[in-house]
Design a protein around this ligand. Sequence first.
Ligand SMILES: CC(C)(COP(=O)(O)OP(=O)(O)OC[C@H]1O[C@@H](n2cnc3c(N)ncnc32)[C@H](O)[C@@H]1OP(=O)(O)O)[C@@H](O)C(=O)NCCC(=O)NCCS
Length: 238
Amino acid sequence: MADSTAADSTESIAASAVIEDGAVIGANVTIAAGAVVRAGSVIGDNCVLQENCVVGKPPVLGSASTARSEVATAILGAEVSVLAGAIVFAGAELADGVIIGDHAIVRENVSIGRRSVVGANVVVENETTVGQRVKIQTGAYVTAQMIVEDDVFIAPAVVTTNDNTMGRHAANEVNRGPILRRGCRVGAAAVLLPGVTVGEEAFVAAGALVTRDVSPRMLAMGSPAREIRKVEAATTES
Ligand SMILES: CC(C)(COP(=O)(O)OP(=O)(O)OC[C@H]1O[C@@H](n2cnc3c(N)ncnc32)[C@H](O)[C@@H]1OP(=O)(O)O)[C@@H](O)C(=O)NCCC(=O)NCCS
């Protein structure tokens, strides 16, 4: 294990940071005290890794886990920020300008598109794809095998699910996370059941329990959520 060796004169790496062998550190990268960059991780130019974050952590899977055990290395584009205490697993890919908030967790085989923001205490589980300019706010739970398209907004404490059997299905059955289509918004503390699709520019009201697909540009509310009206055109992006 190599400790904080500067490969470029513009880097700022704290003495207590740990950079494992084979990690590739770009130009002008800041790595704060206690941060750990695991072997093979790729850190792009101008990235900021704050105190005690971990990049490239390999997953430890339970014996019954259906998650893939083979993972690549973590790859961070340019100008990515991983804030204090956050964990980015091996096999995660963060595009340019992504921000991972304090104590957030991004699991293996997740990809996150340009300029998306993952808030504090958010968890993004394995195999999930997040598009560009997505906002995932504090404490949201983004389950495995989800698709989150560009410009989606996920409010604080949203919970998404992917397994109606709660672990009692055959090993070869794949979990189905929700699909959030481009530009949809999901309000605070909404719960999305496995496999539902929220359509383009749709609006899920705060506290809704989404059991069925929500049509594009419709506002769904309540438990179970019902489509009650069209989203006002003035508040949609197209
Ligand atoms: C959908 C929303 C915008 C309210 O819509 P609205 O049409 O302005 O609703 P109103 O306040 O006029 O209320 C209309 C009725 O719906 C009810 N209602 C409002 N919001 C509701 C909700 N989320 N779930 C269930 N019922 C709701 C009201 O109690 C009211 O019922 P009543 O007529 O029997 O009194 C709001 O509920 C919401 O989800 N906001 C998103 C907040 C959020 O999560 N932001 C994230 C970033 S902080």
